[in-house]
Write a protein that binds this ligand. Sequence first.
Ligand code: NAD
Ligand code: IPM
Ligand code: MN
Length: 363
Amino acid sequence: MNKRITVLPGDGIGPEVVEGAIKVLDEVAALYGHKFDYNYEKIGGVAIDQENTPLPEQTVNACKESDGVLLGAVGGPKWDTLPGDMRPETGLLGLRKALNLFANLRPVTGHESLTDSSTLRKEVVDGVDLMIVRELTGGLYFGDPKERRQEDGEEAAVDTLSYKRSEIERIVRRAFDLAKVRRKKVTSVDKANVLETSRLWREVAEEVSKDYPEIEIEHMLVDNAAMQLIRDPKQFDVVVTENMFGDILSDEASMLTGSLGMLPSASIGSGGPGLYEPVHGSAPDIAGEKKANPLATIASTAMMLKYSFNMVEEAEALDAALAEVLTQGHRTGDIAKPEDKVLNTEEMTEKVIDLLRKQVKAA
Ligand code: NAD
Ligand code: IPM
Ligand code: MN
């Protein structure tokens, strides 16, 4: 198959991890006889520096015309004092909105050999396998007004939390559809004891659940969910929640796998190209040092193969290679124990490619 991929390396460690992921995609293409054409575009800080906007129109158009989008990360201290609409992060939010990517899937899958890398006890994290389904184009991130203004004679700021019934329904349905092919449980996380949006969310989730009698639905308040994720993460199968709660809970959940550098994501809408990116950011503290763990980004490309290209066999082979890399004990700094040999980003990428090749040739 022939696929066009728009590549948005972005800022900080973004270009470092994306470079690795592209090498892996090239290997997938070679092994399976596909052709991937890459179209590099700018987003975030690098776009601000070169084009004076975090999201050039050309980038949006290129993404719309492609079969899938791969993104590294955006942002960094250099751009932190710019006004809100000029920030790198605003470029990413604008892209998610422009492509109508309302469903952000963030799988949290533990690996046996990494249970020691988690700050939690082995028996708590061993066998963790959950999917966070984060609403991505609504809520506090996008509500209007979002502004500075005067209140009672002093400076104030406002963000608006608003959800329409249709926005809740479509994301909750996605969660139930995913639960069907998993362990048939959906935990809907909200703050219905305080927020009106959450009360609507809960109502809609209940209604949607009637169409899925075989799936268990549970409602959980977000503060309790944050605690339960650490206390007993294996109670969760699919977790569905609004934009901001999903952002926070997914970074928290990443530690169940040992590192934020392990968590991939897929952002999908209804039809149209999906966006694939690691959950982590541009990691300014290690940018340029080749220390970044590329596995989250590589696992995101496996999600692209599966969800956007329907290359299920390829995706499974890549996931198997990623698991084998860990089983064999290959480690970047973020998941290494003191006695481990620490690989840099490129060395880790090479291990994935090597094991993918072996995997496919042996099959
Ligand atoms: P971060 O995710 O960039 O980093 C948090 C910590 O995790 C850091 O210590 C970092 O070194 C470590 N880390 C992250 N990814 C890693 C990897 N692949 N390998 C090894 N270690 C890794 O979060 P932050 O420091 O709060 O944010 C930095 C910048 O990134 C900010 O400008 C923020 O807005 C942006 N950001 C962007 C995205 C995105 O583009 N999707 C996501 C989150 C944060
Ligand atoms: C993420 C990031 C983004 C978000 C930022 C960079 C806008 O934290 O993808 O999780 O909050 O969605
Ligand atoms: Mn985040």
